[in-house]
Design a protein around this ligand. Sequence first.
Ligand code: ADP
Ligand code: MG
Length: 336
Amino acid sequence: MKYLWIFLVLAEGMFFSAKGQNNQSYTDVLLLMGSRFEITAVSSDKDKAQQAIQAGITEIQRIEDLISSWDPNSQTSAIVANAGIGPVQVDQELFNLIRRSLKISRLTHGAFDISYASMDKIWKFDGSMTDMPDSATVAASVSKINFNNIILDAKNRTVFLKEKGMKIGFGAIGKGYAANKALSLLSTMGLDGALVNASGDLISWGKDAGGKEWKIGIANPKNKEQIYSWLTISETAVVTSGNYEKFVEFKGERYSHIIDPRTGYPVKGLSSVSIICPDAELADALATSVFVLGKEKGLELINQLNGIECILVTDDQKLITSQHLQLEYQETNNKN
Ligand code: ADP
Ligand code: MG
């Protein structure tokens, strides 16, 4: 479970929207890409809403088939099966996703890397570890990770993993990509609003059932029951990375389940990272990146990027935001 310190505030029941329509919000919850997806459509027409939701589901399933690492018949699995052997021709869509992933790797100096998937799982987060593994074991565990060894050929639309044993996986970008695609499809279906929530990774369009801008409440990290501030998220994605429960502790230091692919060591210092920007895919990838980069370097990166903001929660429950983030503070709730 993700530490839910961001609450989605959905208008409930039936409302009269600004247009004077009898709008209602319809939501379907289902398991897609191994995650809980919630797809919401706002409309005065129930059939229209349900059709739109179904179209969104079909779209996410289509993407899952393309990028899945566990389906042996996916194009992604074909790339992995041919690591160190030869290039594999793929659909333009997958090719482009990999190309964008490599861009984020360059932007983050390798903090984000889809070849992360080839890491040996030497860290256990179930309390069974008593000591740090030795440094040679740690170094060996990440030896096959290197985004520079993912070779793209745009002319032939091929992907080649240069070294045997290399793997790629879209765990840190795929959900965001799917959310983008599903939402943009829903936005063409005559609705008044739509929202896709992939286990806390959100993207919205249009208006909520009350005809208002979509809003989320951000919980006070020191008191999860309390709303710390509000954030309008119209036409924006909010993606949260982090896991409050999964960590390992050595000599009183808490290490998170996210591992720096450049060193093989779990990162520490942050307990949650939320990225706010119009693009759910970019937000997804940057959330993991900032986690790996840590508080200082992560903030520095986000502050340099136009139109991309972040909210970080540190290990000691401090909330830090990027320079230009506008939060609507709740005076009454913010006294402690
Ligand atoms: P969630 O699935 O809850 O959104 P995260 O956003 O933290 O979780 O992403 C975790 C996923 O990202 C895992 O599937 C993992 O394999 C992948 N991943 C972890 N670290 C990296 C990294 N540095 N680069 C690319 N992918 C990563
Ligand atoms: Mg993510």
